[in-house]
Design a protein around this ligand. Structure first.
Ligand SMILES: Cc1cc2nc3c(=O)[nH]c(=O)nc-3n(C[C@H](O)[C@H](O)[C@H](O)COP(=O)(O)OP(=O)(O)OC[C@H]3O[C@@H](n4cnc5c(N)ncnc54)[C@H](O)[C@@H]3O)c2cc1C
Length: 245
């Protein structure tokens, strides 16, 4: 069932990304997602970027996301959820070192995860991959939280030049993490899975898939990169841990 949320703040994160902050909280874990409905337009999934208050980070790439960017403070949207399984932090009471790897809007749920991890006493580092310097999301916010940030851009405008994978490898060699967490395009996640396995590290990855119903009925969001056949991002994920990947 949809509930109505009123927009209270719009934060501009970069030239095509905004974070929409709503009037109340949702009990939700980093890595879970909600279905956002704009009547007579469409309904699409968005990862939660914060739960208290509910926040969604939206990259404007097409008709629906552009419509979300047009919303003003005071406007209402209809939201159902949260859905799916999110990221799990280590159970351990002692501080762990967590390595996060993000690309595109995937950096936003990882920022939510980092805040929870730090509050639980863990140490966090993030590797952010982006096309150009202008596409990098939330790097200053991570630094403010005390998170060490490594960056790679495809055009070399900031950080290492090229894909993020060699930077992740460097971070692992610099200090072995206790666990790896990833959110971003599926080819990036596949590379992170290979790298983590090569180093014998446990990992949790949030897989992207075309999603329609959001509740496991339509089967549109099967993730083919995983060995587990019929694994649905909406119901079984979107986060998969190394034990099933
Ligand atoms: C579980 C899940 C969580 C998601 N969480 C988020 C989120 O937190 N923030 C967010 O912005 N989107 C998120 N998405 C994507 C979102 O649901 C929409 O697909 C997206 O906003 C594009 O919709 P659109 O109608 O604006 O554009 P469309 O017409 O669907 O797409 C326009 C073009 O942009 C491409 N495209 C789609 N998404 C992206 C992207 N992020 N970057 C670059 N190109 C893209 C499409 O392949 C297409 O070519 C999520 C999707 C899933 C399945």
């Amino acid at each position: 069932m949809h509930e109505t949320y009123t927009l209270t703040e719009v934060r501009v994160d970069n030239y095509r990304t905004k974070t929409l902050i709503f009037d109340r909280q949702m009990l939700v874990q980093p890595g879970q997602f909600v279905m956002v409905w704009l009547p007579e337009i469409d309904e699409k999934p968005y990862s939660v970027a914060g739960g208290d208050p509910l926040a969604l980070t939206v990259v404007a790439v097409g008709p629906f996301s552009e419509q979300l960017h047009r919303l003003q403070v005071g406007d209402r949207v209809w939201i159902r959820g949260p859905f799916g399984h999110g990221f799990r932090l280590p159970d351990s009471e002692s501080s762990r070192r967590l390595l996060l790897v993000g690309g595109g809007y995937g950096v936003a749920p990882l920022h939510f995860l980092a805040r929870k991890a730090i509050a639980a006493g863990h140490r966090v580092e993030i590797c952010i991959g982006a096309r150009t310097e202008q596409d990098i999301l939330l790097s200053d916010e991570f630094v403010r939280e005390g998170v060490a940030v490594r960056v790679a851009t495809e055009d070399g405008s900031r950080g290492a030049t090229g894909l993020i994978t060699p930077v992740v490898d460097e971070a692992i060699h610099a200090e072995t993490p206790d666990a790896v967490y990833g959110c971003g395009p599926n080819p990036m996640l596949s590379a992170v899975a290979v790298l983590s396995e090569a180093h014998g590290l446990p990992y949790q990855l949030s897989w992207e898939a075309h999603m329609r119903c959001g509740i496991g009925l339509c089967g549109a969001c099967e993730v083919h990169e995983l060995e587990a056949e019929g694994w649905l991002a909406c119901l079984d994920g979107p986060v998969a841990s190394s034990s099933i990947a």
